[in-house]
Design a protein around this ligand. Structure first.
Ligand code: ATP
Length: 225
C-alpha cells in the first residue's frame, strides 16, 4: 500500500454573525491505495466538508492536502480534480437528457482521457458496473436510482484515477443495490489498487470497508466498529 492522500495540520472553520465554528482542527490523516475507507460521524460534524477538501472543491483554512506528497494547491485545484480524483455525489449529477453511454463518453472527453475508442471503453465500464448495452443506451431519466448511481460510478472510473471519493453513494439505494455497489468499491480497492473514500451513515457500508474512520471532536480517528 502506498500513501496517496494526506491531511496535514488541517483546519477548517467558518464564521457566521461573528461566531467562529470549527469543523476540523489540526487533522493529520493518511489514506493509502488498495484500501476502502468509510467515514462516519454525526450529522453536521463536517464529513462532507472533509471530502470537499480532499477532492479540491474547497481550500482548508490552514494546513495542507497532499496528493502523493504534493500540495494539491501546487498541482492546481482544477488540474487535480480533472486528472487525479473522481468524485461521486449522492445526487449523481448526471446529464439527464443524455444516455448513460453519452454521460460517460462526455466525461472522458472533458477530462481528456487518452483512449481512442472512448465509446467502447465506456460500454466496458458500464458493463463492469452491471449495466447492459441496452441500458447503457437509455436516457438517464429512464434508469432507476440504482442504475443511475452505477452510471455515476462508471463515469468516475472512466477517468482512470487512483482516488475515488463518494458522498453517501448508497443513500438513495435499496439494500441489495447498495450491497452490489459496495462490493464493487471493494473490488476496485483490492483488485485495482484504488483508494476509495466513502462518507456514509450506514453501519452496513462501514462494516464492509477496510478502515472505519470517525469524525469526532473535529478530528479523524480510525476505529473498529
Ligand atoms: N463555509 C461555510 N459557511 C457556513 N456554514 C458552513 C460552511 N461550511 C460548512 N458549514 C456548515 O457546517 C456544518 C457541517 O457540514 P457538513 O455538510 O460538512 O457536515 P456532515 O457531517 O457532512 O453532515 P451530514 O451528515 O448531515 O451530511 C453544516 O451545518 C454546514 O452548513
Amino acid at each position: 500500500m502506498d500513501t496517496i492522500l494526506q491531511f496535514k495540520n488541517l483546519y477548517y472553520y467558518y464564521q457566521t454573525n461573528n461566531k467562529k465554528s470549527t469543523l476540523l482542527e489540526n487533522v493529520n490523516f493518511t489514506f493509502e491505495t488498495g484500501c476502502f475507507y468509510s467515514i462516519l460521524g454525526p450529522s453536521g460534524s463536517g464529513k462532507t466538508t472533509a471530502l470537499s477538501l480532499a477532492s479540491g472543491l474547497d481550500n482548508p483554512k490552514e494546513g495542507h492536502v497532499l496528493y502523493k506528497g504534493k500540495d494539491i494547491r501546487k498541482i492546481g485545484l482544477d488540474k487535480y480534480r480533472n486528472k487525479y480524483v473522481s468524485i461521486i455525489f449522492q445526487s449523481y449529477n448526471l446529464i439527464t437528457y443524455m444516455t448513460a453511454l453519452q454521460n460517460v463518453v462526455t466525461a472522458m472527453e472533458i477530462t481528456g482521457v487518452n483512449i481512442k475508442d472512448k465509446k467502447r471503453r465506456a460500454l466496458e465500464l458500464l458493463e463492469m458496473v452491471g449495466l447492459s448495452e441496452i441500458e447503457a443506451k437509455r436516457k438517464v431519466l429512464q434508469l432507476s436510482g440504482g442504475q443511475q448511481q452505477r452510471v455515476a460510478i462508471a463515469r468516475a472510473l472512466s477517468c482512470d484515477v487512483d482516488l475515488l471519493i463518494a458522498d453517501e453513494p448508497t443513500g438513495n439505494l435499496d439494500e441489495k443495490t447498495s450491497d452490489e455497489i459496495i462490493k464493487l468499491f471493494k473490488e476496485l480497492a483490492h483488485k485495482e489498487n484504488k483508494c476509495i473514500i466513502v462518507v456514509t451513515h450506514s453501519q452496513e457500508v462501514a462494516k464492509q470497508s477496510d478502515k472505519v474512520v470517525y469524525l469526532e471532536q473535529r478530528n479523524l480517528v480510525c476505529k473498529n466498529l
